[in-house]
Design a binder for this molecule. Structure first.
Ligand SMILES: CSC[C@@H](O)[C@@H](O)C(=O)COP(=O)(O)O
Length: 368
């Protein structure tokens, strides 16, 4: 992704060869700033406070977090401690556990002296693979957009609705839900995105809108409650969201509010697709509603909002009657029956156990 003409990823190794640079997403949309991770605690903090967020990027940051931990001490005990610290940062996105397991499985059998260099190599490989996976998701998702574009009159855009930020900023590059959009736009297809603002943290209004604007993709920010109305009026051609964890049978966990969009889509015969890198599939569970841990975040994210005043100052204000209680579940689960398809790096799949297993058979083997 280019920012002011310069190509960026969301995470990279600094020229010193060991410290890790991230784009600080808590500063969006008012500033583009990077931050340096030098320790395990820096990496854990970055995930916890959402300087980095989005399932694939959380996984990539955790992998580098392990590297930073091993710089000080590459013992089994340090590896185990670092795994636990990073694993405890956020509960829902499965990419965190996936990346940590992959690193641990590789590192544990090695002599301590070899672990650090192998860890850095593997963290870099996780990042490279994420970019390639998302590029493939873009190519497969493009076919869906192309089919709709072929039915449009000249000057009529394909209208895609998305929720939260499953964009470049949620991954190492490209994004998952946005990859088909960027690919279509870059090929000259007239595509327009309805961006759910995604309260309470506004990942849509703050991050997705920022990305689309900087890439030049036409888009319109809407309040979270507007999607159903637009679908009833035929103003949404398809929905594409990301996911933080999808079960073996195709239940999709994603940012709170995704389920309501899927219900509206079903009622209005609007296709509802989920863009899904395979590390986001949890092959160990089936029933998303019963088995996926849903992050409960601070009520203050509901009762208060941070934004820029007309004087240019950034401030936080209360937006709920003082003294009222608030609740803040951060994710919900859309049952597989509401999902039209999963856009993966290996093609567009039905949201079912059979389709997922036949596309990723190696993930069910004991060695996977
Ligand atoms: C490719 S990212 C998919 C999801 O991680 C994304 O839609 C999402 O819900 C992110 O939640 P966040 O709480 O901002 O980490």
């Amino acid at each position: 992704m280019k920012v002011d003409g310069k190509a960026y990823r969301t995470i990279w190794l600094n020229p010193d060869g060991w410290s890790v640079e991230i784009i600080d997403q808590t500063k969006f949309p008012y500033a583009f700033e990077t931050a340096t991770l030098r320790t395990l605690e820096d990496a854990a903090h970055a995930i916890r406070v959402m300087q980095v967020r989005g399932a694939p990027l959380i996984g990539a940051t955790a992998a580098y977090g392990l590297c930073l931990a091993l710089r000080e001490d590459a013992s089994d005990q340090r590896l185990a401690e670092a795994y636990e610290v990073l694993h405890a940062t956020r509960p829902t996105a499965i990419n965190l556990r996936w990346a940590l397991e992959r690193m641990r499985k590789l590192l544990l059998p090695l002599p301590e002296a070899d672990r650090l260099s192998v860890a850095y190599r593997e963290a870099a490989a996780i990042c490279e693979e994420d970019v390639e996976i998302n590029r493939s998701i873009g190519a497969h998702g493009l076919t869906l957009i192309e089919k709709i574009a072929a039915t449009k009159k000249p000057g009529e855009p394909v209208n895609v609705l998305t929720h939260c930020n499953a964009g470049w900023l949620a991954t190492v590059d490209w994004g998952t839900a946005t990859a088909p959009v960027y690919t279509a736009h870059d090929r000259g297809i007239d595509v327009h995105v309805w961006v759910d603002e995604t309260r309470p943290r506004n990942q849509g209004g703050f991050l997705t809108a920022w990305e689309l604007f900087h890439h030049g993709v036409p888009h319109t920010v809407i309040v979270d409650n507007a999607g159903g109305h637009l679908m009833q009026r035929g103003q949404v051609d398809l929905v594409i969201t990301g996911t933080d964890r999808t079960t073996l049978r195709g239940d999709v966990c994603n940012k709170i509010g995704t389920y309501l969009k899927a219900l509206s889509a079903k009622d209005n015969s609007v296709p509802f697709y989920v863009a899904l890198p395979s590390p986001t599939i949890d092959f160990s569970i089936e029933d998303g509603i019963r088995e996926i841990p849903i992050e409960e975040r601070s009520n203050r994210e509901v009762t208060h909002i941070t934004g820029r005043g007309e004087d240019g100052e950034i401030r936080t204000i209360e937006v709920v009657s003082s003294g009222s209680g608030a609740a803040n579940p951060a994710f919900d689960v859309t049952p597989a029956r509401l999902v039209s398809g999963l856009i993966t790096e290996r093609g567009v799949l039905e949201a079912s156990r059979e389709a997922i297993l036949s596309a990723f058979p190696e993930r069910m083997s004991p060695a996977a």
